[in-house]
Design a binder for this molecule. Sequence first.
Ligand code: CU
Length: 246
Amino acid sequence: MLERYLTAASTYAHWIDYQFLLIAALVGFWLIVAEGMMFLLIFKFRARDGRPSQYITGEEPHLKRWITIPHFLIIVCDIVILAGAITVWYNIKQVMPPADATVRVIGQQWAWSFQQPGPDGVLDTADDIRTVGEMHVVVNTTYHFELLSRDVVHSFAIPAFRLKQDALPGRTINGWFRPNRVGTYDIQCTQICGIGHALMAGRIIVETPQDHAAWLLRNSNPAVAEQQTPPASPGDGPATMAEARR
Ligand SMILES: [Cu+2]
């Protein structure tokens, strides 16, 4: 249902959406019941000709029940919401499914930069690809990310993935995502991090394995990539910031 308003492009996006719907439905139900009851009672016991409005202290047991019974029902709803929230948190933040690839995400005032494995598929080797503001990933691939900050607290967010994770200076925070829809999606910083915070945007391009392989070839260090893969077809213009910088 929330997908109508915000594309869901990762495997856990719908878990978050269901949790929001669960909270909205349970809280919304009690909001309507409580407000409806309040206005009904105001109307029913209002002052009329020859009869003043009633002042009810609510101390008698048959009146107290109007508080205690909904109170316990709401506690049951709270437990349902908590159980859902803990399950979602555990599955997204505590459990790391095996990675198909690992990438490094670095926040700084005021840009996101990314370090991804080159054609060898291994991070921290000579053919790594470094980009600023733009990250390329393969659809239906589980990524682990190592999140770092060079200066202050940032927050790495991809709304279409329902992913949000703070980046803390001095710490490497691990997380994961698995994009399941081809497209280009926003990356944002969601922790106010200085005067350029609003400009700290990027994009993530989820592409097919073929498109990603072509991008890898175009952006790998030619000297390193030549030893590992056939050369890219000539005439490809600069397609990304990484290529344009070289
Ligand atoms: Cu930031």
